[in-house]
Design a protein around this ligand. Structure first.
Ligand SMILES: [Zn+2]
Length: 121
């Protein structure tokens, strides 16, 4: 039971973009403007944990982001393919691209936060 709570907390902390060390501060600046690129804090405002451990640290997060985008694209395509079989392929393709584009900002943030949580020190 305690292990399940730990996993749920881990997922919630990653989803809510919390610091991997104190789990109170935020990794990204809290910005509600949707069209701006997300801006990372240099360090946690609660515990001063430095997020970018070394130059190029977040290159690995690109693979996670790529995985998220592929997963979302495949799931969207499957839902469209089996839920709307009469929809033409060009519309399915456009919708898949739109879904990936719309979720791209959250993917970017989630992949970096997940990477920090997986490789914290
Ligand atoms: Zn912190």
């Amino acid at each position: 039971m305690k292990s399940t709570n730990k996993k749920v907390n881990f997922i919630l902390d990653v989803y809510n973009e919390k610091c991997p060390k104190c789990r109170k501060g935020y990794v990204f600046k809290q910005d509600v403007r949707v069209l701006n690129l997300p801006v990372m804090n240099d360090a946690c405002d609660k515990c001063n944990y430095h997020f970018e451990r070394e130059p190029g640290y977040f290159i690995g997060a690109m693979y996670i982001s790529y995985g998220f985008a592929v997963l979302q694209g495949v799931l969207t395509f499957l839902i469209l393919n089996y839920g709307f079989p009469l929809l033409e392929t060009i519309y399915k393709t456009i919708i898949v691209v739109l879904v990936i584009t719309i979720l791209g900002r959250k993917n970017y943030k989630l992949s970096r936060v997940l990477y920090i949580h997986i490789f914290p020190w």
